[in-house]
Design a binder for this molecule. Sequence first.
Ligand SMILES: Cc1cc2nc3c(=O)[nH]c(=O)nc-3n(C[C@H](O)[C@H](O)[C@H](O)COP(=O)(O)O)c2cc1C
Length: 151
Amino acid sequence: MKLLKQIELGNLSLKNSMVMSAMTRSRADIRGVVGDMTVQYYHQRVSAGLIITEAINISEEATGSLLTPGIYTQEQIDAWKKVTKAVHDNGGIIIAQLWHTGRVGHSIDRNGKLPLAPSALPIKGMQHFTSQGLKDYETPGKLPGTKSNKR
Ligand SMILES: Cc1cc2nc3c(=O)[nH]c(=O)nc-3n(C[C@H](O)[C@H](O)[C@H](O)COP(=O)(O)O)c2cc1C
């Protein structure tokens, strides 16, 4: 079966054509550090040709949802190294999906800092799941490097 045959993807040689898509698990701790459960989760899926991780916050400012992992502190990086070691030691390939969540966040879980976005327009008609329950979206602050908050 073709699906189970080795395939070249760019400079990666995948042992099969099954690629695990990115799936947010919300299993990091409050500091965005992944633990043993995450090591086990990716280890269990190592038979895939390629694993794309859940989306990972690139900075505190990038953080949207509660308990999603980061990769910007040494503690977070060291925790991810346990995951990549478990995957690599068992013949797997894993790629980190990095994200900045823009206005999809809340100051409650960002040390009081407003979410950042290209435009100062809040999301309407939906609420954000925070550590203090569902909250209306706030008007985001301006992302560094963006020229205008007007549309
Ligand atoms: C629980 C859950 C978490 C997800 N988290 C992410 C994520 O972190 N990053 C991402 O790009 N897509 C995420 N997705 C989207 C899946 O990757 C997507 O559903 C998958 O690629 C299949 O695409 P389809 O739903 O269009 O068939 C998530 C989906 C689910 C169900």
